[in-house]
Design a binder for this molecule. Structure first.
Ligand code: RTP
Ligand code: MG
Length: 137
């Protein structure tokens, strides 16, 4: 089974979409292998998104991601990385397909409801950023 790392971002948590998003995750057949609510400070968000530090959206992204509580998760399924990205939809909710989480819960490219790892190595790095081994069942 493949694992991926996911975040329900502060916009979706503050609007009360956490339960609905978790329900959609489980209905798609993902097992939740780890989950907790966290609040990143600015430095933590900058460290988590270090790969984007030269991008024009880095400041807005890290300010947003440290603006309130988020839910971090490890999801397990065959082909989990690609399937979670498919369920999330396109980065910009305006381009996201019907029945994707970003289409249904995202507002714009900055406030796009969810995060997902893009490859096995990043899934592992991102998981270890937030979870100890004993938290991943
Ligand atoms: P994520 O990492 O959050 O799952 O999203 P992603 O792979 O689809 O997008 P990525 O390119 O990794 O960008 C990370 C997050 O930065 C914000 N972003 N803003 N204004 C912009 O042009 C722009 N581009 C990206 C988005 O919130 C994106 O999720
Ligand atoms: Mg990404």
């Amino acid at each position: 089974m493949e694992k991926t790392f996911a975040i329900i971002k502060p916009d979706a948590v503050s609007k009360g979409y956490t339960g609905e998003i978790i329900s959609r995750i489980e209905k798609k057949g993902f097992k939740i292998s780890a989950m907790k609510k966290i609040k990143m400070d600015k430095k933590t968000a900058e460290s988590f998104y270090a790969v984007h530090k030269e991008k024009p959206f880095f400041e807005a992204l890290t300010t947003f991601m440290s603006s309130g509580p988020a839910v971090v998760m490890v999801l397990e399924k065959e082909n989990a990385i690609a399937e979670w990205r498919e369920l999330m939809g396109a980065t910009n909710p305006e381009d996201a397909e019907e029945n994707t989480l970003r289409k249904d819960f995202g507002k714009n490219i900055d406030n796009n409801a969810v995060h997902g790892s893009d490859a096995p190595e990043t899934a592992d790095i991102e998981t270890r950023f937030f979870f100890a081994d004993i938290e991943c069942v």
